[in-house]
Design a protein around this ligand. Sequence first.
Ligand SMILES: [Zn+2]
Length: 560
Amino acid sequence: MLHRKPFAKILVVLIGILAAVSLLSAEPAQAAAKAKNVIVLIVDGCSAEQYTFARWFKGAPLSFDPYRVGAVKTHIADSVIADSAPAASAFATGLRTSDKFISVGPHKETITGVAAPPEDLRYRPLATVLEGAKLLKKATGIVATSRVTHATPAAYMAHTPSRAAEDDIMEQAVHQGINVVFGGGKRHLVPKEFKGRRIDGDNLYEALKRWGYTIVENKANMQKVTGSRVYGTFAHSHMDPEIDRPRLHPDQPTLEEMTRKAIEILSQDPDGFFLMVEGSQVDWACHANDPAYMLSDLLAYDKAVAVALDFARQDGKTLVLAVSDHNTGGFSIGNYASDGIYPQMKVEALLDPIRKMKSSAAFMWSQIETDKSAARVQSVIKEGWSLDITEDEAGKILDRSKSFKDDAYFVIGEVLCPKYTYVGWTTHGHCGGDVPLHAFGPGKPSGVLGAPEIGRVCAAAMGFDLEKLNRRLFVEAAEAFEAGNVALDKSDPANPVVKIASGGKTAELPVNKNLLKMGEKMYALEGVVVYAPNTGKAYIPLQAVNMIRGIRQSLPKIEN
Ligand SMILES: [Zn+2]
């Protein structure tokens, strides 16, 4: 745990000496742990062919090239093709789960050769390696260029069967006590009256201030900030694509800058740290079949990995993993236009058209949307991608765009890449192949791993056991106290509270928070309270079980 300024007065009352001293296990992390720090960098929706393309464009090896150690099998419990929620959940928890699920157990019998989950695992919150690091008193951090509530970062911070439940995800993230959170997603911190989207009326900025966070909203303030708890929300929704950012929002930090700052803050902790960094938007660029957007975000990720590797090489006690959750777009170097010429293809022929692209397709579409004429399409494409397209092609773009809903901009790359570039795409969705794995430092794996092994490698490197962690963080309340004593109070439907009757008193545990109220006192818990709507089960930390029962005993260790 980082040393931090004493909490604001309200928190001194809130936390209570009882919880802080007698009931929390105070044992330090096991000295035998192989890695003091773990940094996981995930480039969403990317695979080997994109790396090759980025290397040609960079004209030099990628920062992680020397550390390719194997590959990761990406399938999920119920599909051969992964989406980010279950894919990142496997990385975070060491278990395969179902589509849309954020670090909760799978829902049913599976179809990919994965063993069917036992009844009590279904929808059960699965403890994450970030939560384990926290219990070992390590500092923790999350960096992304999407909303921090988006699937990949969410899987490390929260537990819900719906990746769309971003209000719940943000609430859990705020109550996890994560030292550094950098990314987009401001809208899930506040309700409508503060221009946000929360429907429960909570202003989570207030909670962040109570927990002692410094809040930063632009690059300059991020770079100046000191202290051990920093929440950086740099965009209302997602941060900008790297290709548009310098023009549209130069005040947003780059992925590299966020990663460097996060490591600077987290590495102050004498117990070490866990950090997850996501290059969130290579996936979206590939969904859009947009090669320049893909390339600029991939090279931004390359720089962030370089920062992590520089730190790890100097430190010598840091495990760095650089991996993808799945591939997207079926990107290829070569397409039908290169059929006749590929044995003589020059690097410049491949790169020149891409070098001239200065905007994302999404940005260009925002300019076309307001005036859907062929002339407008032609001038926007000329400006953004330096292409002189014909009136016919402009018409084809407008025509084809009608078959997309919110994603009309996908049409630009789909129509123009086959004619004006030598890069190919096979889909606007995800792909099911293995993805390359890069690793450096103590405890690094090798070979072809299943996605869940990434989570187990992280836990093992830090020296803890995910099973023990699960038993400590998520006790089913009705099992501990008997069903008749546990109820979900939905009198405020947007803010449900788990109520537990024990010893003639009632304990209250608000869902998605780390709080326990007994009598007039409020205590901070070491984990969040999770309610599983599909099964009606509530899960609370073992610490809360002991406190409600009045048992003053140290909690079981999670170390191996
Ligand atoms: Zn995707």
